[in-house]
Design a protein around this ligand. Structure first.
Ligand SMILES: C[S@@+](CC[C@H](N)C(=O)[O-])C[C@H]1O[C@@H](n2cnc3c(N)ncnc32)[C@H](O)[C@@H]1O
Length: 256
């Protein structure tokens, strides 16, 4: 077994995270650059150190989970969600069950809540937001962001839903209250069901083809019939019908 394969096995035993389901070249490169920076010679040394150094373990988690996010990331897609997808979903159900899977530091579920608030009172908006990374979700719950996360946010939305504090922006409590954060590993935890809308963006690209295949099927089962699966702008599904989806719009798939 190679040094990296042994590391994968050790990490799985310690954390339940299966690195074998992430694209190997990319993950190996990221982790190698971290252990080299820390002065270790190989994955074995790195794992041993991680075992009794909590801070190093957190750095590992931080390196493997890429937390980059942004409000209204790929704004045109969110416009499609607002103008076309949500109105159509609301024709069927007055209340929507919505999930932001791999929500990172919260920009995505808060964007969803902001958009939903245009259609219903905030008291009726509810978004489930999950991620494997506790640290990212702790930041999500704080709801404080640097200006660069808000690049795509329209001025009126910024005024209405954020409070400027020095050089930072804080999401208002009324929006914060609508989002429930929960730790969840997409590759090993069970999925809830009956969702009207699942947003899972910019995480599937890190997974192997086999892992993606499994996940498409699981997302399909997690949706109500007619429910929508919204993916990232580099994550087009090439053969959606295989997974029980039809194309609703670019990067939006409807459960058949
Ligand atoms: C690049 S961010 C995407 C954030 C947001 N969805 C967006 O598009 O802006 C990727 C997120 O996937 C999470 N992630 C990675 N592996 C995961 C897994 N197995 N289960 C759940 N979340 C995972 C990471 O922790 C990270 O927060």
């Amino acid at each position: 077994m190679s040094d990296y394969q042994q590391f994968i096995a050790n990490v799985k035993r310690k954390t339940g995270i299966d690195l074998a389901l992430y694209k190997e070249a990319q993950m190996k490169r990221r982790l190698t650059s971290l252990y080299e920076k820390k002065g270790f010679k190989n994955f074995d040394e790195f794992f041993r150190a991680m075992n009794h150094d909590q801070a190093l373990y957190h750095e590992f988690l931080d390196r493997m989970t890429i937390n980059v996010s942004e409000f209204f990331r790929n704004a045109k897609r969110w416009e499609v969600l607002e103008k076309k997808i949500i109105p159509k979903l609301l024709e069927k159900n007055k209340r929507l069950k919505v999930w932001s899977a791999a929500c990172s530091t919260g920009e995505e579920p808060y964007t969803l809540a902001i958009i939903l608030s245009k259609f219903m009172p905030l008291s009726q908006v509810s978004v489930l937001a999950t991620d494997i990374d506790d640290n990212a979700m702790a930041r999500a719950k704080l709801g404080i962001y640097m200006e660069r996360s808000l690049q795509e946010v329209p001025e009126d939305v910024k005024k209405k839903f954020f409070v400027k504090e020095g050089s930072h922006y804080k999401i208002i409590d009324d929006i914060k209250r609508t989002v429930t954060f929960k730790k969840h590993n997409l590759l090993s935890d069970p999925f809830d069901t009956n969702f009207d809308l699942i947003v899972c963006r910019n995480v599937l690209i890190y997974f192997t083809e086999e892992a993606k295949h499994e996940l498409y099927l699981k997302f399909n089962r997690a949706l109500r019939s007619g429910g929508i699966f919204f993916v990232g702008s580099t994550e087009q599904i090439f053969n959606p019908t295989v997974y029980g989806f039809e194309v609703e719009d670019t990067f939006f798939y409807r459960k058949m």
